[in-house]
Ligand binder design. Structure first.
Ligand code: ADP
Ligand code: MG
Length: 616
């Protein structure tokens, strides 16, 4: 007998999933389905991606709902429109042979009236992203009074994306006696809190070992100065000529920038992030799968669930905010029994994060040295030799040209020819690595890193760095900007790249930020008529700055004006930091280099919430 029938799934559904190639239940399905079929319990299911969670909740839903009714009886919340579409399609496929099953996918970035029309026609299952769902609830366009089941799929990811409030609000619109089923790949504190607040004595199921990474993954890190990160990254790539990697960044701006820089530097790379249309994403993914891209630069959200075989390296260009995401990221390599390497590029302050990661995933990270120029060059050289030795010669096609080729080289010795062919491929590296500096820093801290203003807590801040002008803006942390938000806000309005922005020093009610001298006018231009919550945004050259060419490194900045600025608001800044730490369920303390984003991540700059325009 078909094992799904034995679990209690009806024949029509079993037939449909057989057509999809489901022969026997996965572990989470086998364990969850019997529990969920009773319909009695709240439920928490922890399992890695790709373990078949959709059917684990989807099949029981199909058994429980009354399809002769046309009111929503089940609500599935998930973090992204891709997942929303995926889940609703999967459910429709499972229900192929049941009559009158109506599933609607409700997600942002698409025409809402189509979705409203489908809801009006009658649906039993609503699959939704939180933002759009709230929008529809706000229009009184949906009746949740008959909802019996709410599924929170990829709950960890929804919280990462700042949907906590939205989820609270949506849940409060559903009947008290509904059952809540939560699925997640990981169980950070925030998810646990949801389980505590919204569930009664949930049935908990963990499949596989949670949090422990794959044994085939080697975890390495490189200690570099923040400003050397990109150069160090390139060396690592160059010394792994056969790399087929995914590079993780924290924001889509960073993602875009790294990808652009890599393309400019001659690498086969492209970016995958939340601002791309579905079509663009599919294209990028296809190129990556086909290996016409060697490096995929991605945000956590965009890369969620990417299942490409033979990824050799996962590179954490920036460590994720949440420890849990590290597991997701590194899990993109070493799939199907292969081995893989997960690399993190960190600065001195982030060493404690590595220690915490080690504790959580139960693995030791090995510190590696950024390869020196000559090492990289040697690696490349060997690769070229290898290539020459292994190249397939198409005798038939090349033969007719051989006499001409030979003639052309007549004057050159074998040695000369070899030298010149190697140089063809090789000059780029020779040039680049000529006199390349050592990029490693002393782990004990020689102080140089922390004296470098770029990623230092900005108290006692001073004049702009060399080549930068320090500007003032009348918006700050109290306006609920994280530092990342502020960066985006400046770049979007001034239409300049994030690379042109130096330090951002957010205070309570205003912000100082550095802009490359040549871009300063664009900032003034771009902010000429920008309102934020009805307030005119004001930009000024910071009193202590002036168009700077002051040799920032020489720390000439202890000018009177400067001290005045930083002295008065130090307290405010400390408070912001505290809030940051409280928000992050991430790496305990010490996250001073980033504004907390947990709550307001999806606010766009008009103060409205939006899911299609996220940072990720
Ligand atoms: P998760 O939500 O845990 O990441 P999915 O539900 O998206 O995983 O399933 C991952 C893939 O495995 C999908 O392509 C799905 O069709 C397939 N799948 C799920 N369950 C089974 C099964 N029992 N047998 C074969 N394939 C399955
Ligand atoms: Mg899933």
């Amino acid at each position: 007998m078909n094992p799904f029938l034995e679990l209690g799934i009806r024949e029509e559904v079993v037939n449909a999933i057989s057509e999809l190639g489901f022969e026997k239940p996965s572990e989470i399905q086998e364990k969850a389905i019997p529990v969920l079929l009773t319909g009695n319990d709240d439920f928490v299911g922890l399992a890695q991606t790709g373990t078949g969670k959709t059917a684990a909740f989807g099949l029981p839903l199909l058994e429980q709902l009354d399809f002769s009714q046309k009111q929503p009886q089940a609500l599935v919340l998930c973090p992204t429109r891709e997942l929303c579409l995926q889940i609703s399609k999967d459910l429709e496929k499972f229900a192929k042979y049941i009559d009158n099953v109506h599933v609607v996918a409700v997600y942002g970035g698409a025409n809402i009236s189509d979705q409203l029309r489908q809801i009006r026609r009658g649906v039993q299952i609503v699959v939704a992203t939180p933002g759009r769902m709230l929008d529809i609830i706000g229009r009184n366009a949906i009746d949740f009074s008959q909802v019996k089941y709410v599924v929170l799929d990829e709950a960890d990811e929804m919280l990462n994306m700042g949907f906590k409030e939205d989820i609270n609000n949506i849940l409060s619109e559903t009947p008290d006696d509904k059952k809540t089923w939560l699925f997640s790949a990981t169980m950070p504190k925030e998810v646990r809190r949801i389980a505590q607040n919204y569930m009664t004595d949930p049935f908990e199921l963990t499949v596989g070992t949670k949090n422990t990474g794959n044994a085939n993954i080697e975890h390495n890190y490189y200690l570099v100065k923040a400003r050397d990160k990109y150069a160090a990254f390139k060396r690592i790539v160059d010394s792994n000529p056969d790399i087929f990697g995914i590079v993780f960044c924290r924001t889509k701006i960073e993602t875009q920038e790294i990808a652009e820089a890599l393309i400019k530097d001659g690498y086969n790379a492209d970016a995958l992030h939340g601002d791309l249309s579905q079509q663009q994403r599919d294209k990028v993914m296809k190129r990556y799968r086909d290996r016409s891209l060697q490096l995929l630069i991605a945000t956590d959200v965009a890369a969620r669930g990417i299942d490409v075989n033979d990824v050799t390296h996962v590179i954490n260009f920036s460590l994720p905010d949440e420890i849990e995401n590290y597991t997701h990221r590194s899990g993109r390599t070493a799939r199907a029994g292969k081995t893989g390497v997960s690399i993190s590029l960190i600065n001195i302050k982030e060493q404690s994060k590595i220690r915490q990661l080690e504790k959580v995933i139960g693995k030791t990270f090995e510190r590696k040295q950024v390869p020196q120029g000559p090492e990289v060059v040697e690696k490349q050289l060997l690769t070229i030799i290898n290539k020459v030795q292994n190249v397939e010669v198409n005798e038939e096609q090349i033969n007719p040209f051989l006499p001409q080729i030979m003639e052309g080289f007549e004057a050159l010795s074998k040695e000369e020819i070899v030298k010149r062919f190697a140089s063809l491929e090789f000059n780029r590296f020779l040039e680049y690595y000529n006199n390349a500096p050592d990029l490693n820093i002393d782990a004990r801290g020689d102080g140089r890193e922390s004296r470098d203003g770029r990623d230092r807590g900005e108290r006692g801040s001073r004049a702009g760095s060399k080549g930068y002008t320090r500007l003032f803006m009348n918006l700050g942390a109290v306006d609920e900007f994280s530092r990342g938000d502020m960066l985006g806000f400046i770049c979007n309005n001034a239409k300049i790249s994030g690379k042109s922005i130096g330090k951002i020093d957010m205070k309570g009610v205003f912000t100082f930020f550095e802009v490359q001298d040549e871009e300063v006018n664009k900032v003034f231009e771009g902010f000429k008529a920008v309102d934020f919550n009805g307030r005119q945004v004001r930009i000024e050259v910071s009193g202590d700055s002036g168009r700077s060419d002051r040799g920032g490194r020489s720390r000439g900045g202890d000018r009177g004006g400067d001290r005045r600025n930083s002295g008065g608001y130090g307290g405010g800044e400390r408070r912001d930091r505290g809030g940051d730490r409280r928000n992050s369920g991430g790496y305990g303390g010490g996250r001073g280099d980033r504004g907390g984003n947990s709550g307001g991540g999806f606010r766009d700059f008009s103060g409205k919430r939006r899911e299609s325009k996220s940072k990720y």
